[in-house]
Design a protein around this ligand. Structure first.
Ligand SMILES: *[C@@H]1O[C@H](CO)[C@@H](O)[C@H](O)[C@H]1NC(C)=O
Ligand SMILES: *[C@@H]1O[C@H](CO)[C@@H](O)[C@H](O)[C@H]1NC(C)=O
Ligand SMILES: *[C@@H]1O[C@H](CO)[C@@H](O)[C@H](O)[C@H]1NC(C)=O
Ligand SMILES: *[C@@H]1O[C@H](CO)[C@@H](O)[C@H](O)[C@H]1NC(C)=O
Ligand SMILES: *[C@@H]1O[C@H](CO)[C@@H](O)[C@H](O)[C@H]1NC(C)=O
Ligand SMILES: *[C@@H]1O[C@H](CO)[C@@H](O)[C@H](O)[C@H]1NC(C)=O
Ligand SMILES: *[C@@H]1O[C@H](CO)[C@@H](O)[C@H](O)[C@H]1NC(C)=O
Length: 453
């Protein structure tokens, strides 16, 4: 197995070198605009260089062809007791299986795999409501369906641990604490035409900014959550937490209703757009204790070498966690800076130690290359020759900004608008990107060796 991987690596290296000279002006739009890439083998390897100096995403190849036998191996053992129509969402489920492919699922969980799984579950239940008139499954059916979904996805190569990785429970298919699940009742309480107008199409950038659909969903969720008055006897604090978790559960009901009104792929686009807005607002990384950095950078950074050594070591722990988007990386840089300031480190240690945004995303070994996902990450794709791939934002050599006290933090709205305009790496150096593409193969190989050995 490792031998075949290395052979593929070599082949790939040759291809990427021969291809990096031409193709340098193909438009990035093909890549940005289609979330489902149908590229042939060679195209997926080519870095797309933008003529306008905007971000240059490319498709790193993450799973070489010898992996093909690892996908699609088992025939799912279905319960026969689930009422969901899996046929109607077949291609959506294949896409989910690839997004949650076993090796990468934990590293893509936050922005690709789990949002896609969540959208799939909502669409499945939403569509079943057209026959059942109910926007939720009961507990027993939910248990069978959840297990069936897992079996189907695993059968297509998805991780066997999705329940843990994405914290899926039967409540993701039931009404949980939402008091409304019946479609007729939903129509009676909610201004459905207003809701559908706001949510049938979601512009993934503008929505994060103006929250048109999100506000409509919140309004509808709050409305149906207010049904009944069994919250009366509770004290204020209890009431508030109870109420907000109820609104949250009703949010799922609302989203399922929206999904039931749209074609599966349109619904997927809407739901993923909404989860992206949410994901990009939060740094998903866990920050370990900073005492070594505080010590190394103490005394007004009296010893730059010691300070940067500690910083690098600290950041290298962050890098092992997850692939993150460029906007999340900005959030992470803000969060870390705030923590550093709390440890009395007020100087810009990012520029002092050359910390860049990509340093916050997953890297392997001590190679100075990583993958920042674009703010609107595409789905992973699979084809039998090139394996699993997904888009990275190559425009990731941006120094991590040290938040200045004078300038208020930019809203995520403004960030998502601004990020595509961040300075691009010198556009003449297209071969550099091939080098990066190659790096990702090393990442893939390292992961595989981790798994195989
Ligand atoms: C999985 O198997 C089915 C039928 O067995 C086939 O049609 C499909 O193309 C396979 N998918 C992959 C990703 O190999
Ligand atoms: C499931 O969906 C497919 C495709 O939309 C449809 O042809 C089929 O009749 C549905 N099956 C059931 C049991 O509703
Ligand atoms: C399941 O529901 C929980 C609680 O609402 C939520 O945190 C989680 O993201 C959901 N997962 C999926 C895959 O829907
Ligand atoms: C749950 O739903 C299924 C399918 O709609 C139904 O057959 C079953 O009787 C329900 N179970 C309970 C406990 O309501
Ligand atoms: C700075 O720190 C480094 C590494 O900890 C150490 O080797 C060096 O002696 C220190 N320099 C000064 C001037 O203290
Ligand atoms: C930060 O500096 C202040 C004032 O010099 C001091 O009181 C505080 O203990 C320091 N905090 C830390 C975490 O070192
Ligand atoms: C975006 O930033 C500009 C100033 O740079 C500000 O006037 C505007 O209100 C911001 N927009 C949002 C939605 O925060």
């Amino acid at each position: 197995m490792p031998l075949r991987l290395h052979l593929f690596l070599l082949l790939f290296f040759l291809l990427s070198l021969t291809n990096c000279a031409h193709e340098s002006h193909s438009s990035r739009l093909d890549h940005l605009q289609s979330s489902l890439h149908q590229d042939n083998h060679e195209d997926t390897m080519l870095p797309k260089i933008s003529p306008i100096g905007a971000p240059q995403p490319f498709l790193p190849l993450l799973a070489p062809s010898p992996l093909a036998p690892f996908t699609n191996t088992s025939i799912p053992k279905l319960s026969g007791l689930c009422v969901l129509n899996f046929t109607a969402a077949e291609s959506l489920m294949s896409m989910t299986a690839i997004d949650c492919w076993e090796v990468f699922a934990p590293f893509l969980a936050n922005v690709i795999c789990c949002p896609q799984l969540e959208a799939t579950l909502m669409i499945l239940v939403g569509h079943s409501s057209k026959h059942t008139n109910v926007l939720a499954l009961n507990g027993t059916t939910a248990r069978h369906c959840l297990s069936d979904v897992e079996q189907i996805l695993m059968g297509q190569g998805a991780s066997a641990n999705l329940r843990q990785i994405c914290s899926v429970r039967t409540s993701n298919l039931t009404e949980a604490s939402c008091p409304v699940k019946n479609v007729d009742e939903f129509h009676d309480m909610v201004d459905t035409s207003k809701l559908l107008t706001a949510c049938e199409k979601v512009d993934p950038v503008k929505e994060c900014c103006y929250q048109v659909c999100q506000n409509a969903i919140l309004e509808a969720a709050t409305t149906i959550a207010s049904k009944g008055s069994d919250l009366m006897g509770m004290d204020a604090l209890h009431l508030q937490t109870e109420h907000s978790s109820r609104i949250n559960d009703c949010r799922s009901i609302v989203l399922r209703w929206v999904a039931s009104k749209l074609e599966p792929f349109q619904a997927k686009k809407v739901l993923r757009g909404l989860s992206n807005c949410h994901a990009n607002k939060v740094c998903p990384l866990v920050f370990p204790d900073m005492k070594h950095v505080a010590k190394g950078c103490g005394d007004g950074i009296s010893n730059k070498t010691a300070c940067c050594h500690e910083m690098e070591s600290y950041v290298s722990h962050l890098q092992k966690q997850s692939f993150i988007t460029n906007l999340q990386a900005l959030d992470c840089a803000d969060t870390l800076a705030a923590k550093l300031k709390r440890s009395n480190i007020t100087e810009d240690v990012y520029s002092l130690c050359h910390i860049s945004l990509k340093d916050f995303s997953l890297q392997v070994g001590n190679q100075a290359a990583g993958c920042l996902l674009p703010s609107l990450p595409s789905d992973a794709t699979f084809d039998s020759t090139s394996g699993i791939s997904f888009l990275c934002d190559l425009n990731d050599n941006i120094p991590a900004p040290w938040p200045s006290t004078s300038q208020s933090t930019t809203s995520s709205c403004n960030k998502s608008v601004n990020i595509p305009a961040l300075p691009a790496a010198a556009s003449g150096q297209n071969c550099l990107y091939s080098h990066n593409v190659l790096f990702f193969l090393f990442v893939a190989v390292s992961f595989l060796l981790m798994i195989i050995t």
